[in-house]
Design a protein around this ligand. Structure first.
Ligand code: LMR
Length: 329
C-alpha cells in the first residue's frame, strides 16, 4: 500500500516537473508603402520594438517599408488573403475597397488643423469607421496622422487658372479625383511607388503630398515648385486580418493592442514635427521654390471644390459629413 502511494507521488511529481509546452511564436508581417523616416515608418518600427520587448521576442514583427513587399495595388488583397498580418493604408485608399465613408477625410478644406481631425479619429465617429472595416474582411485597430497635403508641380499653383490642364497625381479616391477636376486639373490615379517616376517622365505634372512624403520620395528632385495649400488631410488606419486576429489568444491580442496604441500615440506626436522638419529642409534647399496662398486665393480654391462635396454627399450620404461637422468642426 505504501509502495502504491509513493508511486502515485512520484507520478504526480513527474507531471509537475514535465516541461510546459512553450506558447507558439507569432509572426506579424507589417507592410507599408512609405520610407522608414516618415510618421508611418517610425510608428511601425516603434510598434515592432515594443512588441519585441514586451513579449520577450516571442511575438515578432517584420516591417516591410517602401512597397518592398506589396504596393497600393495589391496590399489590401495581400492582407485579406493572409499574406501579411498588418497594414496602415492611407484613409483615401479604403473607398476603392468598398468603404467609401473613409473618403470623408479627403474632403478638401474640411479640417483646419490636426486637433479637429483627432476629434473625429479618436471619438465615436472614428470608432464607427473602424467597425465598418469588418464589412471588407479587415479589423480596424487605430488611426495615425501624417498631416496636411501641399501641391507640387513645375510651377506655382496659387490661382485657379494655374491648375488648368495640369495632370495631377492622386490616390485612388473619388473625392480626390473630384477635387482635382473641380480645380480645373486632370486627376491621374497612380500607386504611390510610381509617383516619382511619373513626375520625372511627365506622365504627371504635379502631385499633392504631406512634405514628409514629398521629401522622402525625393520628389524635390523632379518638382520645382511647392505651393503651401494645406488643402487636405492625409492619415492612416492600421488594419489586420480578422482570421489572424481571432487566432491570437487574449493575452497576445491585448499585448499587441496596447503596443500599437502606444506606437500610434508616439507616431501622432511625431507627425507634425516631421512635416515641420521637412518644411525647414525645403526652405534651406535651393532646388525647390515655396509659395504661399493669400486669403483670397485660398477662398477661391475653397469655393471651387464644392462639387467634390456634392459628389461625396450623393454617393456616401450627408449623415456622416454632418456628424463630423457637428461634433468636431
Ligand atoms: C499616397 O499614396 O500618396 C499615400 O497614401 C502614401 C502614404 O502611405 O503615405
Amino acid at each position: 500500500r505504501r509502495l502504491a502511494w509513493s508511486a502515485c507521488l512520484l507520478l504526480a511529481g513527474a507531471a509537475l516537473a514535465a516541461p510546459q509546452k512553450a506558447p507558439a511564436p507569432v509572426l506579424i508581417r507589417f507592410s507599408h508603402v512609405v520610407a522608414h523616416d516618415t510618421p508611418k515608418g517610425q510608428m511601425a518600427l516603434r510598434f515592432k520594438a515594443l512588441v519585441q520587448a514586451r513579449s520577450g521576442g516571442r511575438l515578432r514583427v517584420e516591417v516591410y517599408p517602401d512597397s518592398q513587399l506589396y504596393g497600393d495595388d495589391d496590399e489590401m488583397e495581400a492582407l485579406q488573403l493572409g499574406a501579411v498580418e498588418m497594414l496602415a493604408p492611407s484613409l483615401s485608399k479604403f473607398g476603392a475597397v468598398g468603404v467609401p465613408e473613409f473618403e470623408v477625410f479627403d474632403l478638401p478644406f474640411l479640417f483646419h488643423d490636426l486637433a479637429q481631425v483627432r476629434c473625429v479619429t479618436q471619438g465615436p465617429t472614428g470608432r464607427q469607421l473602424l467597425e465598418r472595416l469588418s464589412r471588407q474582411q479587415m479589423v480596424g485597430l487605430g488611426f495615425l496622422d501624417n498631416g496636411f497635403k501641399q501641391m507640387s508641380a513645375g510651377q506655382p499653383v496659387q490661382n485657379l487658372q494655374d491648375f488648368r490642364g495640369l495632370r495631377l497625381r492622386v490616390q485612388a479616391s473619388r473625392v480626390l479625383t473630384a477635387q482635382m477636376r473641380s480645380l480645373g486639373a486632370y486627376p491621374v490615379v497612380l500607386p504611390f511607388d510610381e509617383t516619382q517616376r511619373a513626375l520625372a517622365s511627365g506622365v504627371a505634372d504635379g502631385a499633392e503630398n504631406p512634405l514628409s512624403n514629398f521629401l522622402t520620395q525625393h520628389l524635390d528632385a523632379v518638382q520645382r515648385d511647392v505651393t503651401l495649400t494645406s488643402h487636405g488631410y492625409l492619415g492612416y488606419a492600421v488594419v489586420s486580418n480578422p482570421r489572424f486576429w481571432a487566432s491570437l489568444d487574449d493575452a497576445d491580442r491585448s499585448l499587441l493592442t496596447l503596443a500599437l496604441n502606444d506606437a500610434l500615440d508616439e507616431g501622432n506626436r511625431l507627425s507634425a514635427r516631421m512635416n515641420q522638419q521637412a518644411l525647414a529642409t525645403l526652405r534651406e534647399s535651393s532646388g525647390v521654390r515655396l509659395h504661399a496662398l493669400s486669403a483670397a486665393q485660398r477662398s477661391a480654391m475653397r469655393r471651387a471644390v464644392q462639387p467634390a462635396y456634392d459628389d461625396f454627399e450623393r454617393r456616401v450620404g450627408r449623415a456622416l459629413l454632418r456628424q463630423v461637422q457637428r461634433d468636431c468642426l
